[in-house]
Design a protein around this ligand. Structure first.
Ligand code: GCU
Length: 504
């Protein structure tokens, strides 16, 4: 069907070009009166705007004088401009049609070729863990250059202010064992400031707790029903409930609380911290003007700098700034920081975990394309699809691989490897074909040699396990939760088991 539409558009476009040349020829040979419509217009008492010759202005029905935006000369010139726009539009539609429909055929998906995660730029394999720091840097450069973009080298001043320190009220009940802190984190540079609202839940007593840190999609107020949690003032997607003109309202309170089972996480002996991803960078294509991108105008991504940071790299960099604060916070174990994220924020958690070794454990939930899933399988969401729908997430170099995944000299298993030897957990959901659950598992599998190099166990499995049956006894864990693309208590329970087993 799509092909038929494309062919129809191409034929219509060709017919138009032929007509244009035919008319052009007639005009030249005087057979077509180029003044025809002007004559008609002059017969009418109301001058038409673009028909007003000489003065460059005309009067509307209301008698207001209108100045044309562009002064256009003869009919041929006008036709050329109109046709330019028409063809640009047609080109856009044709281009849009060209994105291949998603592939869900395993016999096609399995035709990928991956390099070893231990292979360097010339294909030589590293053999000992002494070579790891240099090799890890090579992997990070590869992903910064080709996919996510480099964050700036320059630093910002990080200041924080505890605005609220009280006891949690969850599901209408005061929770004496749970401490709620709301912290304004200020990032400052050259007179500009970005503020991130960090919400931290930690045990009231006892030793310093290991802490999960993850960004949320809709503002801190959406993660719980505690009425004291402040409403986000950052940009929100108006398609989400409780959002009016891109601003959160009271209606949005607790509307993603199923993703943040705070009381259960605290019962497990962990702290949990979150912030709205929009505080770091609003999730729309704004030319990298807003959020933390705006603190570094000299480091903006553009066609001349195709390897500078996109939004995923900005969110990951923001997670590191939150780690700057968490590692100083009373009651939080600075050696127990773990980064977690769902979907686009799962991609973000992987990149944050790869780049910042203070995250001692990394969790990717349903992260899919550009996250844990192998791009070269082209199963579900493709590189072209993600770069078209979300042009601001990755750097410009990544667009080279639109419909050319087979030309990629790297893949997401190397991103997982860049986290080694720190433990990584990859979670998928059975109905989330778009994110390619098998591709997510295989990244973990193929990353395993980087873990074995460090004397750790990786992930042996190469086929999906049964639903709700976590696998991986070593430093790479995996589960396929039954159900949809989401982050649920079941997922958190497995993250906690994995974290405990790995010493957190
Ligand atoms: C879209 C996108 C995914 C992304 C997801 C999300 O579905 O295609 O790549 O993971 O949004 O972040 O919710």
């Amino acid at each position: 069907m799509q092909w038929l539409i494309t062919i129809a558009i191409v034929l219509a476009s060709l017919a138009l070009v032929v007509f244009k040349f035919w008319r052009f020829w007639l005009e030249f040979s005087g057979l077509w009166s180029s003044d025809r419509s002007d004559q008609e217009a002059s017969r009418s008492s109301k001058p038409s705007c673009y028909g007003c010759s000489g003065t460059g202005t005309s009067e509307s029905d209301l008698g207001i004088r209108i100045k044309p935006l562009v002064q256009l000369g003869g009919k041929t010139q006008r036709a050329l401009v109109a046709n330019f726009f028409l063809h640009t539009a047609i080109g856009g539609v044709v281009y849009g049609q060209e994105i291949r429909p998603p592939n869900y055929d395993e016999s096609i998906a399995s035709k990928y070729k991956l390099g070893s995660v231990l292979a360097g730029p010339q294909g030589q394999l590293i053999e000992s863990k002494d070579q790891w720091p240099g090799h890890r840097q090579y992997l990070l450069d590869l992903f910064a250059d080709q996919e996510y973009g480099y964050a700036p080298q320059a630093s910002v001043d990080v200041r924080f202010e505890v605005l609220d320190d009280g006891q949690a009220v969850l599901a209408g009940e005061l929770k004496p064992g749970i401490r709620r802190r709301q912290i304004a984190v200020y990032l400052e540079r050259n007179g500009k400031q970005v503020r991130i609202d960090l919400l931290v839940w930690s045990p009231t007593d006892g030793p310093k707790a290991p802490c999960f840190l993850g960004l949320n999609f809709r503002g801190n107020q959406s993660t719980c029903d505690d009425p004291k949690v402040r409403l986000t003032s950052s940009w929100c997607d108006s398609r989400n409930p409780g959002v009016v003109e891109n601003r959160a309202t009271e209606e949005s309170r607790a509307n993603q609380s199923e993703r943040w089972p705070i009381a259960r996480i605290l019962e497990g002996g962990f702290a949990v911290a979150t912030a709205h991803y929009s505080d770091i960078d609003p999730d729309y294509d704004d030319g990298f003007e807003n959020g933390v991108h705006g603190l570094f105008p000299e480091h903006r991504s553009d066609s001349e700098h195709p390897n500078r940071w996109g939004s995923i790299a900005a969110w990951a960099w923001g997670l590191s700034r939150l780690a700057d604060v968490l590692e100083k916070l009373e009651g939080i174990d600075p050696k127990g920081l773990m980064v977690v994220g769902h979907s686009r924020l799962g991609k973000t958690a992987l990149w944050a975990g790869a780049t910042d070794e203070r995250f001692g454990l990394v969790v990717s939930n349903n992260s899919g394309c550009g996250g844990a899933a192998l791009s070269q399988r082209v199963y579900g969401e493709s590189v072209a699809r993600i770069n078209t729908s979300f042009p601001h997430w990755f750097n410009r170099n990544f667009r080279k691989y639109n419909d050319r995944e087979d030309q990629m000299l790297f893949d997401q298993h190397q991103l997982i490897a860049a986290i080694a030897p720190r433990p990584v957990y990859i979670a998928s959901a059975s109905n989330d074909k778009w994110a390619d659950p098998l591709g997510e598992l295989l990244s973990g599998h193929y990353a395993s040699s980087a873990y074995r190099l460090h004397g750790k166990q990786g992930l042996d499995a190469q086929v999906l396990p049964a639903v709700n049956t976590p696998i991986g006894d070593g430093a790479i864990g995996y589960h396929l939760r039954q159900g949809d693309h989401d982050l649920l208590e079941y997922d958190w329970q497995q993250f906690m088991v994995f974290a405990r087993r790995n010493g957190f």
